[in-house]
Design a binder for this molecule. Structure first.
Ligand code: FE
Length: 379
């Protein structure tokens, strides 16, 4: 579990380069830069006619206090190029510290008021909610974020916001299963799937969030029956990750399973003929059809941040049109800002109805979900 630190520092020359390569609509998304600016007004008089020229001059080197330090659990290779673009555009340096979510949160708690961190960037509303519960975050207070990100993908206490969407849905072996055989997550508990279902471990927050959403929709009793049904239908012991689970479907070990769509996208990129298909869960018109479970990756400002303004600017920039499609497509996710374009591969999977409940609920019901899965024998 290596901890890496990467410092970004880019000057005005790259700013000019970025303007050429980005092709973004700057007028639509001009965010204030963290770099301090000064207005210089010069009045000259020639032949009795006064002319006034005003120029905005940017400081060549931003003050070191302007650096935004981000604790991130996201893949550095995916995130760093985006942050480089932020720096090129705003002049604000960003320092990225990468580790897994658990160690990052422990570090934030231990560092308390001495933390160098200004911002937390991580995945799953369950994790973001935990950070808020531990008192590690402060309110975003951003009208830009509120405008860009629908309320259902933001914390109800404004402590964090989603920045990309990940759908957790059903995958199947098309040589044995027809799409018409599939419908809902709950249907995977039906005895017709006995010995045919594969699942990832319940220890993963993604499954805790999915079950938390089901408790919200069905209540605990019905959800427990469904989870017991899943366990009874398992074709193999639970998998340590979604990729192994998808590969088990491809290998014929099981016929159906539940995974995040970007893992499927990563596999398809390497192997376009991967013999597994995606099915959007809960899309019909029945009482169970509340839409496919959608979770977020997201960010919040650290409570003891020394540069909360810079952190807010990074989050606002990541929620903007110019960053959204890049941020989402970096890992085959969906943009959180409505109307933002996404990749051809994702388009080829078709559109789907998303579950409408607020993602904060995944955190609020997380403890309940963990206990329920334990009672149901879901390991
Ligand atoms: Fe993941």
């Amino acid at each position: 579990m290596s901890l890496t630190t990467h410092k970004t520092y880019l000057g005005m020359a790259i700013l000019a380069t970025f303007s050429l390569i980005s092709g973004c609509d700057k007028s639509a998304d001009q965010e204030p830069a963290a770099t301090e600016t000064a207005e210089i007004t010069e009045t000259t008089e020639t032949d009795g006619i006064a002319t006034t020229e005003t120029a905005v001059v940017e400081n060549a080197e931003p003050a070191s206090t302007d650096t935004v330090t981000i604790y991130s659990s996201r893949n550095e290779q995916l995130i760093q190029p985006l942050l480089d673009q932020f720096t090129a555009q705003t002049g604000t340096p960003v320092e990225l510290v990468t580790d897994k979510t658990g160690p990052l949160m422990a570090r934030l708690e231990a560092e308390s008021t001495n933390t160098p961190a200004d911002m937390l960037l991580t995945v799953d509303a369950g994790n973001l909610w935990q950070a808020g519960e531990k008192g590690l975050l402060q309110p975003l207070n951003s009208s830009i974020v509120n405008e860009n990100v629908p309320a259902k993908y933001r914390d109800s206490s404004d402590l964090w916001t989603g920045l990309s969407l990940r759908a957790r849905t059903i995958f199947y072996d098309p040589s044995k299963v027809q799409p018409t055989d599939l419908s809902t997550y709950a249907d995977l508990a039906d005895p017709k799937w006995k010995g045919k279902l594969c699942l990832r471990t319940s220890k993963k927050v993604y499954n805790q969030s999915l079950v938390a959403s089901m408790i919200e929709h069905y209540g605990a009793d019905k959800t427990e029956e469904i989870v017991k049904g899943w366990v009874a239908n398992l074709a193999a012991p639970v998998f340590s990750n979604d990729t192994k689970m998808l590969e088990a479907i491809a290998a014929g070990q099981c016929q159906v399973g539940i995974a995040n769509s970007y893992y499927y996208g990563r596999i398809l990129e390497d192997n376009p003929s991967f013999p597994v298909k995606i099915f959007w869960a809960n899309q019909g018109n029945g009482p169970d059809d509340f839409g496919t479970h959608v979770n977020v990756s997201g960010a919040g400002i650290i409570k003891n941040a020394s540069n909360p303004t810079g952190a807010r600017q990074v989050i606002e920039w990541l929620s903007s049109d110019q960053a959204q499609s890049l941020y989402a497509s970096a890992d085959k996710e969906y943009p959180v800002k409505p109307g933002t374009d996404h990749s051809e591969m994702l388009k080829s999977w078709g559109t789907f109805k998303q579950d409408d409940i607020n993602v904060s609920i995944f955190g609020q019901r997380q403890a309940e979900a963990i206990q329920l899965m334990d009672r149901a024998g879901y390991e």
